[in-house]
Design a protein around this ligand. Structure first.
Ligand code: 5GP
Length: 346
């Protein structure tokens, strides 16, 4: 047994130190980034915030709403190829802003192949398993890279630099980072495994960038300030579940209770998800996600403006004219307080 003594940080442990800036207004801040990806050589430009590939977040409706802002949606993997076909035919313009999510089985491989064949503008493959430390993921990334040399492959989830490097060397352009920080995740409770998300981002970004790879900071953002901290820590992309759940476009079930509207939101390893997609929780495993009811929040547009407006404002406070510069302009200070909650949280 070993203990690592250095302290690892979450979003709640830091704030940005403001810096002198020549920017007059947040409207001067450019959030669009341009990437050229390591293996595929493909270029993509857009606002690098991604809706998570969860049932009641990564829907086709969400993709249409976010594509207007050039933001990405990782479409959850429970749509059929026929549903994909209708979407792609009706909205070819949205193709560069969606990621095709997949697990690592042979059936997943065949389905991914069928979906990608629908439109050459489908650019991103998101290979997603809860425990990215499995040798099987590395082999699957190699297989997908060999089959799709010109697609942008994201693989995860991991939280340490060694595994980021292994996945990039296996063919991933982007590595997805986060174990345990999610809003409906119970991995830390059920298994005791995890890594504070800001430190995971900082360490994994360093490892990825050294090899010309990119990372997605996935999970744990509770407010626009956390999204900015993830970018400040070095995340190239930030993936959001809970912050985009509960909206009209999320695709969840709307429930009326006590005269108010609510929407169900659940983790993809929760009992709810396994009941829906796998006929219940298998005997050998425990659910590692929870189910919550969120107040129904209406169209996602206002939340998107709130998130992007917040990140723009962060950039003006530290003097970053472009999102790309944010990490270079970031000094985090360690803190023991965040917002004043005397009147509750917004
Ligand atoms: P959030 O933005 O809600 O904090 O986190 C979203 C992320 O949580 C997802 O992108 C995914 O990585 C993770 N996640 C989603 N469902 C589950 C689950 O059931 N269990 C665990 N451990 N993580 C989940």
């Amino acid at each position: 047994m070993r203990i690592e003594q250095d302290l690892k940080l979450g979003f709640k442990d830091v704030l940005f130190r403001p810096k002198r800036s020549t920017l007059k207004s947040r409207s001067q801040v450019e959030l669009t980034r341009e990437f050229t990806f390591k293996h595929s050589g493909r270029q993509w430009s857009g606002v690098p915030v991604i809706a998570a590939n969860m049932d009641s977040v990564g829907s086709f409706d969400m993709a249409l709403a976010l594509a207007k802002h050039q933001m990405l949606t990782a479409i959850h993997k429970h749509y059929t190829v026929e549903q994909w076909q209708s979407f792609v035919t009706a909205h070819p313009e949205a193709c560069p802003y969606v990621m095709v999510s997949t697990g690592t089985s042979d059936a997943d491989f065949e389905k991914t192949k069928a979906i990608l064949a629908l439109n050459p503008d489908l650019l991103f493959i998101c290979i997603d398993i809860a425990n990215g430390y499995s040798e099987h993921l590395v082999q699957y990334v190699q297989r997908v890279r060999a089959a799709f040399p010109d697609k942008v492959i994201s693989a995860g989830n991991v939280v340490t630099g060694d595994m980021v490097e292994e996945l990039i060397l296996a063919g991933a352009d982007i590595v997805k980072v986060g174990i345990g920080p999610g809003s409906v995740c119970t991995t830390r409770v059920k298994t005791g495994v995890g890594y504070p998300q800001l430190s995971a981002i900082i360490e994994c970004a360093d490892a990825a960038h050294g090899l010309g790879g990119r990372i997605i900071g996935d999970g744990g953002c509770t407010c626009p300030g956390d999204v900015a901290k993830a970018f400040g820590g070095g995340a190239d992309f930030v993936m959001l579940g809970g912050m985009l759940a509960g909206h009209e476009e999320s695709g969840g079930e709307v429930i009326e209770k006590d005269g108010k509207l609510w929407m169900k939101f659940y983790g993809m390893s929760s009992q709810s998800a396994m009941d829906k997609h796998s006929g219940g929780v298998a005997q050998y495993r425990a659910a590692e996600g929870k189910t919550v009811l969120l107040p129904f929040r209406g169209p996602v547009e206002l939340s998107v403006q709130d998130i992007l407006g917040g990140v723009r404002s962060t950039c003006t406070y530290v003097g970053a004219a472009q999102l790309k510069e944010l990490t270079k302009r970031t000094t985090f200070i360690r803190v023991q307080e965040q917002e004043n909650q005397v009147f509750g949280r917004e």
